[in-house]
Design a protein around this ligand. Structure first.
Ligand code: FES
Length: 483
């Protein structure tokens, strides 16, 4: 009997073309046994018997949404460099050589067993031995099973190992794929992780991490000098190396707002667009060598021409590389808002200072997540949802977006596309009625949920009081108040 091969759930999901959350849910609902986060290929193929190992509409749509969040520069670099390809092929070549040596050894042992069995002479078990010899001969001569799904799965796994490397961070156990010629840092940030770093350019040493297993390769020069002791202990700079093989490394990650220093960055306006008569979408980009570190849901202060700054929640995910988006209500008299409406244009400088705020996602929670956005309170909620999507959080998510009139659902199509793409996400637009009532109709037991509310104080305060009175535990409520 074949020994079942084990694959990590993360890898298995990619091989059968579904999201990790989808596979985790099927494992749970169908009572499949996993072994320390791994699933056997037999069980995987039983769950997805007709898999063609590369297409699934849900996975593709999720990937599409995620790719749209990333900068063009990253999107264009999906192929590993020739150097890395050569290294990966060489690694596979060595593995193939070792496998061949093992096969030759098994063949020798088999030949010797066969010879010894033939030489047993007048054994009382001669008939059984004869039968055994025939069975060995027939089994070895039998043609391989056509279209063996295991073979297809392993072939795809081999291609995947050439095209991408699987990275696991300890102690958090976060996992992500490194594709193209990305540095480990780029790939980790794009996957939504709050890895520790500073310059992203090989100067500060803040992205130092220790390789526990696997092989990495320097892919950009760095001025920062690792000490001999650090080199001997397998420390590398995540911003300056990429992965040749799958890698496990020990690295620092920010887990609270206190873990990220305040940064002041002069960014450039990429676009200012009217989403509606009363809302602007501002897109700014940080310099290539100075990205903003922040946690999903946090805010920054925007200032123009040394005018007093104003705080705005970031409406994008930290996985969005150098791109920062803001949803600006036009009815504000604040100088920054007036300048953005009347004087600013593409290419102008705008200073970003931050991050601040503790409207943060509770990643450790396994509870369902309810998001309640009032008007442009959608901005920080969008950041949290995109972050949860980047991390492939399997928990159920419901978004209730409350506005006074339909036109103010200024990203209605985006929310609908999330609803279409993710089977654990539901979108509920709420127009001119009480969003809390809608929420309570769906969830009558608030002890099983986490609630995130964002919007003007008058709305968030009222919604919080109603939800707490309806039994929501205080520690499961997170609120962001916006002006
Ligand atoms: S982030 Fe500064 S050296 Fe890597």
């Amino acid at each position: 009997m074949d020994t079942p091969r084990l694959l990590s759930v993360f890898r298995a999901a990619r091989l059968v073309g579904v999201s990790r959350g989808n596979l985790q849910r099927r494992i749970r609902t169908e009572g499949i046994t996993t072994f320390e986060g791994k699933i056997s290929t037999d069980d995987l193929l039983a769950l997805y018997p007709a898999t063609e190992l590369h297409h699934d509409s849900e996975y593709e749509r999720v990937q599409h949404i995620k790719k749209h969040a990333f900068a063009n520069r990253l999107r264009e670099r999906l192929l590993p460099s020739a150097d890395i390809l050569a290294d990966r092929v060489s690694e596979l070549g060595q593995e193939l050589a070792a496998t061949r040596a093992h096969l030759a050894q098994y063949q020798t042992v088999l030949d010797q067993i066969t010879t010894r069995l033939r030489d047993t002479g007048e054994s009382p078990n001669k008939k059984e031995i004869h039968g055994l010899l025939h069975w060995v001969k027939d089994t070895l001569a039998a043609p391989p099973v056509p279209n063996d799904p295991h073979k297809n799965l392993f072939a795809n796994d081999t291609v995947l190992r050439i095209m991408a490397a699987h990275i696991k961070i300890q102690p958090s156990n976060h996992e992500f794929w490194l594709e193209g010629n990305d540095s480990i840092l780029d790939a980790g940030v794009r996957a939504g992780l709050a890895l520790n770093y500073g310059c992203a350019n090989g100067n500060c040493g803040l992205c130092k991490a220790r390789i526990i297993s696997g092989k990495v390769k320097k892919n950009q020069h760095h001025d920062y000098v690792l000490s001999e002791a650090e080199k001997n202990r397998d420390y590398v700079l995540m911003c300056s190396c990429t992965a040749v093989t799958d890698v496990v490394l020990e690295a620092l990650e920010a887990s609270s707002e206190n873990d990220i220093p305040t940064q002041k960055i002069i960014t450039k306006i990429k676009s200012i667009e009217r989403a509606t008569d009363s809302i602007l979408i501002l897109h700014v980009q940080t310099p290539r060598i100075q990205r903003l570190r922040f946690l999903a849901g946090q805010s920054v202060t925007l200032s123009l021409d040394n005018k007093t700054g104003t705080d705005f929640p970031i409406a994008s995910c930290p996985c969005d590389d150098r791109n920062l988006f803001f949803h600006i209500p036009c009815d504000s008299e604040k100088p920054v808002v007036q300048a953005l409406i009347h004087n600013s244009k593409k290419g102008d400088a705008i200073t970003v200072t931050g991050p601040h705020g503790h409207f943060l996602f509770n990643e450790a929670s396994k509870r369902a997540q309810l998001y309640l956005a009032y008007g442009t309170g959608f901005a920080p909620i969008k950041s949290l949802i995109e972050h949860a999507m980047a991390l492939e959080i399997p928990a159920a998510m419901d978004l209730f977006w409350a506005v006074d009139k339909k036109e103010n659902l200024y990203m209605n199509n985006l929310c609908r596309s999330w609803d279409d793409a993710l089977d654990n996400f539901n979108y509920h637009p709420v127009i001119d009625t009480d969003a809390v009532e809608h929420l309570l109709e769906k969830y009558d037991n608030l002890e099983t949920v986490d609630v995130y509310i964002a919007g003007p104080e008058i709305r968030t305060k009222c919604a919080s009081e109603k939800l707490l009175a309806a039994g929501l535990p205080d520690k499961q409520l997170t609120v962001s108040t916006i002006d």
